[in-house]
Design a protein around this ligand. Structure first.
Ligand SMILES: [Zn+2]
Length: 137
């Protein structure tokens, strides 16, 4: 097995894809749902397709999900994929870096700064995260 698994979430599971990133999965997200565009992305990235479209799944393989609610989707997919890697940015998929509290003082609401001790930030887009997977603007 080559490191952590990498996934492509198509337009049917965009929210799920973002949530999976915050759990530590490497997820590329596309808003497309047609087989031509999705297969082109799969070819160029070698990722595993995650979709709720039976048609796409039959054509392109990968992981087919049937649940409706986000929490049910998360339960469903957790039985089909391996353990996650380091936590990632929900916005851009970069691996988050732990940062010293003093360095993010201006970047989060005062209440959050005062009530949380551990923060991580995204080296790519600069979003700051704290426990509960919330992100600053
Ligand atoms: Zn980011």
């Amino acid at each position: 097995m080559k490191g952590y698994e990498q996934f492509l979430c198509d337009g049917t599971v965009v929210k799920l894809g973002k949530r999976l990133r915050t759990f530590g999965y490497d997820v590329e997200i596309t808003y497309k749902t047609d087989s031509y565009n999705v297969s082109e992305i799969l070819k160029s990235t070698n990722r595993i397709l995650v979709t709720k479209s039976l048609k796409l799944h039959k054509q392109l393989g990968g992981i087919y999900l049937i649940s409706d609610k986000l929490t049910d989707l998360l339960n469903e997919i957790s039985t089909k994929i391996g353990k996650p890697g380091p936590t990632r940015c929900a916005h851009c998929n970069a691996v988050l870096i732990e940062c010293d509290k003093s360095t993010i003082r201006d970047k989060v609401p005062l209440y959050v700064f005062q009530t949380h001790e551990k923060f991580k930030y995204c080296p790519n887009c600069g979003k700051v995260y704290w426990k509960g997977t919330h992100a600053s603007q």
